[in-house]
Design a protein around this ligand. Structure first.
Ligand SMILES: [Zn+2]
Length: 267
């Protein structure tokens, strides 16, 4: 997708995001300092189970830029929307899509505030991956100097040990990772390597690719269980194309839905 089309998509998403945001509960970033677990139901009833699917970043603060100069937020919004629709159609009727606007850091607290105020049972944040700047290489795309790295690919899952429901979060992350693995998709193994520098993480499950990421606001300040899914790398030129394909998006949404059902049955 070219740059001018990317700008139009971004403008449309801005509009959609503001409409969606206005339909959400008051997004107040209060009481996020010391998350306390809420009383949760003894068992998971699918129609009542409140899943918040968070589209990572905002139209203003769009996250990574893909190898073809498309903002990460667009990828996140499309996949998060699809996952939300899939979960609702599979019986999780209380699933809602969370889209926030504004600058990066305040938007994180806004997300957590909305999820906590709405007494979410589960928070699932959807992102797409890039690489640290030092690993970027240059190429020309659409006549513009652009950046890429084909060195790494794959999805990854993150949970925080500071989340009051860490064990539950880890259980769900493992279930999602298992489903993605069974589809033949591989996880991004580089997060455990020294080359990642400050982005290096502790690998909690080396079979299905679950990492510990305590510093992330949306994972550590949410009162509900919380999982962040980096669905794939958009700085990798081949994987960016795969992530743009509706077939891949359907596969991932389906995998999340199967994992959620398994998670619900086990509770
Ligand atoms: Zn991101």
């Amino acid at each position: 997708m070219g740059q001018s089309r990317g700008i139009i998509v971004s403008l449309v998403l801005t509009l959609v995001a503001s409409i969606l945001l206005s339909s959400l509960a008051p997004a107040v970033a209060r009481k996020t300092a010391n998350p306390k677990p809420l009383q949760s139901p003894a068992k998971c009833e699918m129609p009542k189970f409140r899943i918040v699917v968070d589209a990572g970043h905002t139209p203003d603060s769009y996250g990574a830029l893909s190898a073809r100069n498309d903002p990460e937020f667009g990828f996140n919004f499309r996949l998060a929307s699809l996952i939300t629709a899939k979960l609702r159609s599979e019986g999780f009727a209380a699933t809602r899509l969370l889209v926030t606007d504004g600058k990066a850091r305040p938007s994180l607290f806004k997300r957590v505030g909305t999820a906590n105020d709405g007494r979410a049972d589960l928070f699932l944040s959807i992102h797409h991956d890039s690489v640290p700047d030092k690993l970027l290489e240059t190429w020309e795309f659409d006549g513009a100097k652009s950046h890429f790295s084909d060195r790494f690919s794959g999805h990854s899952l993150f949970v925080s040990q500071q989340n009051p429901r860490f064990a539950t979060s880890l259980m769900l992350a493992r279930m999602i990772g298992r489903q993605l693995k069974e589809l033949g998709l591989h996880y991004a193994s580089q997060y455990s390597l020294p080359v990642m520098g400050r982005y290096r993480r502790q690998l909690l499950d080396r079979d299905v690719g679950v990492y510990r990421y305590d510093g992330l606001v949306v994972l550590s300040r949410t009162r509900s269980a919380a999982v962040l899914l980096e669905a794939g790398s958009i700085i990798n030129r081949d994987e960016e194309m795969a992530m743009n394909a509706p077939e891949r998006q359907e596969l991932i949404a389906g995998a999340v839905a199967v994992a959620m059902k398994e998670f619900c049955e086990r509770r």
